[in-house]
Design a protein around this ligand. Structure first.
Ligand code: GRG
Length: 328
């Protein structure tokens, strides 16, 4: 991964974020602002702000100009994590207590709301025309993220979810914000709509590929690969992923029965082994990687179509492939 090469961008953003958090410290009531500082202090990869800065730099505009757009997307991302953790009743985020565990659910809802508002308000630092373009991109994405979250929740009780439904859900819940981050960086740089659209497409399909690989690795990563999550966690939680949905699509009646029986089982190690065997016998492990590769190719093509600094484009491509754990 070319992370070292991007250290200057990451540092630039981190300094901006630190200044933002320092300004939060004296704000009252503390219950509203402390959870915000807390979640932001837990780290995270900061991929979205980095993409916003890199997109601006691609057009040889000063990346400092995109700092508030980058902050906006990172605040939004972190707000959505606070609310997502409440909806999922998750105990841990980035290895630490979630906001609703450390404080309580109502504080999580309200401090998240304040972060969402702030993420939009920050864009007011741009001149009126740019503010309008940025907020329009941002709002369209925020609505899609909401739709993605609702679709995901609906899937928990639906028995007729297709692979296409799943791809729509992950695109909205996760991938569009990556596209949006890049597009906003390009908007700050004054890039035209065509260039913005190429970058948005690049980010969106990269995000879909990333989520598909996450599904694959959740089931098939080597224990030693540093995946960072429990292998088979999705199977134990009966999550509807590409692997399960594609299996249901391809299974004969007997295999469908086995899948149904496995879903009905309580969490246990055999459940993981048997589901993995089924995935492999149906070949959905390979189909999942293939689908991820298809979306990576769409992303690569979109970046190829971009009219921007070639060297910087190439660096961004390598960075993206590094995120996916691949070399071009
Ligand atoms: C848009 C009004 C409005 C509400 C949001 C709660 C909700 C509705 C949406 C949930 C969106 C969500 C949490 C999507 C998951 C995205 C995802 C892949 C998170 C993990 O991202 P990483 O790996 O995390 O970049 P780090 O910790 O590195 O920042």
């Amino acid at each position: 991964m070319l992370v070292e090469q991007y250290a200057a961008f990451t540092d630039l953003f981190q300094r901006h974020l630190n200044a933002y958090c320092e300004a939060l410290a004296p704000k009252l009531p503390t219950e509203l602002y402390e959870p915000e500082s807390y979640i932001l202090s837990l780290g995270g990869k900061r991929v979205r702000p980095l993409l916003a800065l890199l997109a601006c730099d691609l057009f040889d505009a000063p990346s400092e100009n995109a700092l508030n757009a980058a902050l906006s997307v990172e605040l939004f991302h972190n707000f959505s994590l606070i609310h997502d953790d409440i909806l999922d009743q998750a105990p841990l985020r980035r290895g630490k207590d979630t906001v609703h565990v450390k404080w309580n659910q109502n504080i999580g809802i309200l401090s998240g709301d304040a972060m969402l508002v702030k993420s939009i308000q920050i864009l007011e630092s741009y001149d009126e025309g740019l503010y309008k373009r940025l907020s329009s991109t941002f709002m369209a994405t925020a609505i899609e993220v909401c739709e993605g979250q609702q679709l995901d929740m609906n899937f928990e009780t639906r028995n007729d979810v297709s692979v296409a439904d799943y791809l729509e859900m992950i695109a909205k819940k996760t991938a569009v914000l990556l596209g949006c981050s890049l597009q906003m960086g390009a908007q700050v740089a004054g890039a035209n709509l065509h260039q913005q659209e190429h970058l948005y497409r690049f980010g969106k399909h990269l995000g879909i590929a990333f989520q598909l690989l996450d599904d694959y690795l959740d089931a098939f990563a080597e224990q030693s690969s540093g995946f960072g999550k429990q292998i088979g966690g999705d199977i134990l939680a009966n999550k509807k992923t590409f692997l399960t949905l594609k299996s249901i699509e391809l299974a004969d009646n007997n295999q469908k029965q086995i899948i149904g029986d496995l879903f009905a089982q309580a969490a246990n190690p055999t459940k993981i082994t048997e589901m993995l065997n089924l995935y492999q016998s149906l070949g959905v492990d390979q189909l999942c990687k293939q689908a991820a590769n298809e979306h990576t190719s769409i992303a690569i093509e979109a970046l190829g179509n971009l009219d921007a600094n070639e060297q910087k484009k190439n660096n961004l491509m390598q960075f993206a492939l590094g995120l996916l754990g691949r070399q071009k």
